[in-house]
Design a protein around this ligand. Structure first.
Ligand code: AGP
Length: 613
């Protein structure tokens, strides 16, 4: 949510900032802006995407080797040129970019207005830059000290970078609950919300911790202090990210690329953790804490959106295979309840980005209550990965499309590995079933590959048939109920068709009233258990003239007789079906969105990394 990027060094800053903003655009695209120092501060900002900014700045003075840039996902104030970042202090001396929310901006603003400050935007960010200005001028402070003092007065979340035209030899950056990475070049520094704008310049990075303030200088100095003014030792890490992973690689959209990458990403998630020939599964994070996990009263999964759907599948997996009692919570609800969590619980956060503010806050609450915390995360070095007691990366590589696809199947793979491991150690699954699941899991990447090549044309055709629907219903039972939720979310977020996911049997308790010939009903009907029941649910839809698109197991003859369309997926063990059944739903939503002329990778109002509440 909001992307920030900054540069200081010997090179021209503008092209570095613009490329960085393009890489970060998935975090928000309501407006974009830069501030560059070249004798004076030149600030250019525009409503809309980075391309609008490029057009606006064309022919203007974009020179300078120190600069900051921002791409916005609006919180306070509508998306327009005035509310776009960078924001400037009243005396025109400071420019600041910000990702996060200053929650107490209103009383701060009032106090500053009483001191004579006037504001031009509706943003919380402008208040922060005025506050820094006020403290800097009042006590004649160095920029970093004024920033530090200002942040002691701030409630909320921030990642900021500030530039001072009276001292254009440094950038000051700080973070709390919003991510900030510092790339260390040969003689320069690159600062950004994540590593994607940095990796093409350097692989040496420092992840700033909460309440740390960094000063990077034109002479190549990096100094970090905490908000209590104590010097901190920077921990320099090497990025394991390749630039190709950030490109579309010949696909029209990142989402399509990411859907097609799934055979590889699922295999990557299992690499070194599963051997089908030797018949074992090993997960470092689980083995380190095996006793605690086996003795736990409960596993509580906390997540948002698609990651929450993965958590829902975890409930089925862990209860069935490991007989562990599971609760699945929306992180945003868990954090504001007074939940009963104890040191006998394991709280597992699921997050692609590892930065989702609600998930992070739920984890902190769980820690306070003494629970063991575990992170299942994609982005290496992200906040969730760093605050949890232990965890596992899903190794899906950068996911750029706002609609999560490969991260979801990565989460499912990891959760399955975990459930199998615990089930076997607990003795709740037999050795032969353990081996059978391992063998089947090992086959999933090739099954996904075959599935993708078999269904593309058919799914495109079905997309054409239902693209004009106003509503859609997704139904599933057991392991495929969360897949119904996920299918509906995918359709909503990128094609703007209203869709709902339901347990198939629940349909008759309400949603059945909506069914008529205009309502496509997508039924995931691959279950071996409850097969006859789902057939009956399909009959109930057909009896009301609904159009049924059924996802079935290869060779299914019964449902093809009653459904309007059937999409076949390869057969597998029931706990593994979500890894296959979600694929046609991802592809269907992609093609529908495309036919409706929607921006697949950057759907309206959404951002990839939700770092605000
Ligand atoms: C998925 O398609 C969504 N864009 C969204 O629901 C996402 O899953 C959610 O915001 C959680 O993000 P996270 O996995 O990075 O925590």
């Amino acid at each position: 949510m909001c992307g920030i990027v900054a540069y200081i060094g010997e090179k021209q800053a503008y092209p570095i900032l613009i490329n960085g903003l393009k890489r970060l655009e998935y975090r928000g695209y309501d407006s974009a802006g830069v501030a560059l120092f070249n004798g004076d501060l030149n600030v250019y900002k525009r409503k809309g995407k980075v391309n609008e900014l490029i057009e606006y700045a064309r022919g203007k003075n974009t020179k300078g080797n120190i600069g900051i840039g921002h791409t916005r996902w609006a919180t306070h104030g509508k998306p327009d040129n005035t509310n776009a970042h960078p924001h400037i202090s009243g005396d025109g001396r400071l420019a600041l970019i910000h990702n996060g929310i200053i929650e107490n901006y209103s009383p701060l603003k009032e106090a500053l207005e009483n001191l004579g400050h006037t504001f031009t935007s509706e943003t919380d960010t402008e208040v922060l830059v005025h506050l820094i200005e006020e403290l800097q001028n009042r006590d004649n402070l160095a920029l970093e000290e004024a920033v530090r003092m200002a942040l002691t007065e701030v409630v909320g979340a921030y990642a900021i970078v500030v530039i001072d035209k009276n001292d254009p030899t440094k950038l000051v950056a700080a973070r709390k609950a919003s991510p900030l990475v510092i790339g260390i070049g040969d003689n320069d520094f690159f600062l950004a919300s994540d590593a994607t704008p940095i990796v093409e310049h350097t692989k040496k990075v420092v992840y700033l911790n909460d309440e740390e303030i960094a000063v990077v200088t034109i002479d190549g100095d990096l100094q970090i202090k905490n908000i209590g003014n104590e010097v901190q030792n920077p921990f320099i890490q090497e990025l394991a990210l390749e630039i190709e992973a950030l490109e579309k690689g010949g696909y029209d959209h990142f989402m399509l690329k990411e859907i097609y990458e799934q055979p590889k990403t699922i295999a990557d998630c299992m690499r070194g953790r599963l051997s089908a020939s030797e018949g074992w599964v090993r997960l470092g994070g689980v083995e380190e804490h095996i006793n605690k996990m086996l003795k736990a009263d409960r596993f509580i999964f906390a997540a948002c959106g698609t990651s929450w759907h993965a958590g829902m599948i975890a409930e089925y997996l862990f209860e069935e295979l490991a007989r562990i009692s599971v609760e699945v919570e929306y992180a945003s609800e868990l954090r504001y309840r007074n939940p009963i969590i104890s040191e006998r619980d394991v709280v597992i956060a699921l997050s692609q980005s590892g930065e989702t503010a609600d998930t992070l806050a739920a984890l902190k609450l769980a820690k306070e209550k003494g629970a063991m915390t575990y992170g299942i995360v994609n982005v290496v070095g992200s906040s969730i990965a760093r605050v949890t007691d232990s965890g596992s990366y899903i190794h899906a590589g950068p996911e750029i499309g706002v609609a999560s696809t490969k991260a979801f199947t990565g989460q499912l793979t990891l959760l399955t590995l975990m459930a199998i491991t615990l089930g076997y150690k607990k003795g709740t699954i037999t050795k032969s079933f353990y081996q059978q699941l391992i063998t089947e899991l090992d086959r999933i990447p090739s099954k996904v590959e075959r599935l993708l090549s078999n269904i593309e044309t058919q799914v495109q055709y079905i997309a054409g048939e239902i693209k004009d629907a106003n509503n859609a219903l997704y139904l599933g039972r057991g392991y495929n109920f969360p897949i119904a939720l996920e299918g509906a979310l995918k359709l909503k977020e990128i094609s703007y068709i209203h869709a709902e996911g339901y347990p198939a049997a629940e349909m008759k308790h309400g949603p059945i009233a909506l069914i008529d010939e205009n309502m496509p009903v997508i039924v995931i009907a691959t279950n071996k258990s409850a097969y006859e029941k789902i057939v009956s649910n399909i009959q109930e839809v057909k009896a009301r003239r609904g159009m049924v698109i059924a996802v079935v197991t290869e060779g299914d003859l019964e449902i093809s007789k009653i459904a309007d369309y059937t999409i076949e997926i390869p057969d597998t063990e029931e706990p593994l079906t979500p890894l296959l059944s979600v694929i046609p739903l991802q592809l269907l939503s992609y093609h529908i969105a495309l036919l409706r002329g929607c921006n697949v990778d950057q759907p309206r109002n959404l951002a990839k990394s939700v770092t605000v509440e």
